[in-house]
Design a protein around this ligand. Structure first.
Ligand SMILES: [Fe+2]
Length: 271
């Protein structure tokens, strides 16, 4: 039973705020610098020696870009051009995850509209990051058209720091973007190895999880989430095509302190 108190609280006196709980593990995330196995052209525009990444646990950024009539008029035109660009593009088969008409990962170089999405996504991340501590690179940007029966298997974009998805054209009966809370096994492995080998003193959690989201497709909607977050597009049931632009943003510590790991999450020897 709580002890009754004799002290009186005047009506305008505010209740004491609950004591702030300080977590042992920093919520901002774990800094893991790694070397990139760049032989397969994963990050072709970024020098291997200059590439690193970090695990951040930032909430989902979800934004409808068409907020005014003027925006709507302009962005609908951009979306139409992106659709045409994706339709005209040569299909790049990604048997690993995507079963749909997907362009080259560097498609932003051919499509001004895709490049616009990439830059808008970059500007959102740029606003929430301390640029005294981090460098940001917009890595890539591509397009995907899902037709009935198409899908993307559950996957994550790690070692990229951030991933984005922009809905270009779709109906609300198109497959949602499913975002899961459980981390990809590769991320768990990276955390396990980092806890064992990291000497920088940073707090490394035993595991990491995200908020579950099921995002309804809507033209003009931009979603940005950390690259370690698993996501999926279940089989498209609608006859209406579902066009999206996707891409990655790299966030690299200016003064790296973490261990070096390769893209598969293995320690590369500089622990
Ligand atoms: Fe993805």
């Amino acid at each position: 039973m709580p002890t009754p108190t004799m002290s009186r609280r005047s009506p305008d006196q505010q209740r004491a705020k609950p004591k702030e709980i300080k977590k042992k593990v920093m919520t901002e995330g774990v800094i893991l610098e790694f070397v990139v196995d760049n032989k397969q052209g994963v990050m072709p525009d970024i020098p291997q020696s200059d590439y690193g990444s970090c695990i951040m646990n930032m909430p989902l950024i979800q934004h409808q870009l068409m907020t005014t009539d003027e925006d709507r008029a302009q962005i609908q035109q951009i979306n139409q051009r992106i659709k045409n660009d994706i339709d005209m593009a040569r299909r790049t088969d990604d048997a690993k995850n995507v079963s749909a008409h997907q362009t080259d990962f560097l498609f932003y170089k051919q499509s001004q509209g895709v490049n616009w999405v990439r830059q808008v996504a970059f500007s959102f991340v740029e606003r929430i990051i301390d640029l005294n501590r981090w460098k940001l690179y917009p890595v890539d940007g591509w397009g995907i058209r899902y037709q009935k029966g198409d899908r993307t298997k559950k996957h994550a974009h790690w070692p990229h720091s951030w991933a984005f998805v922009y809905f270009v054209d779709c109906g609300d009966d198109c497959s949602p973007l499913e975002i899961y809370s459980e981390p990809d096994p590769a991320i768990q492995q990276t955390l396990d190895l980092a806890r064992e080998h990291d000497k920088s003193g940073q707090a490394i959690p035993a595991s990491i999880s995200y908020q579950r989201h099921s995002i309804t497709p809507e033209p003009g909607k931009l979603c940005i989430f950390p690259g370690w977050v698993p996501h999926e597009v279940k089989e498209q049931q609608s006859d209406r095509a579902r066009y999206v632009v996707a891409g990655n943003i790299a966030q690299i510590a200016i003064q790296p302190q973490g261990i070096e790991v390769n893209v598969d999450g293995y320690i590369s020897g500089k622990a």
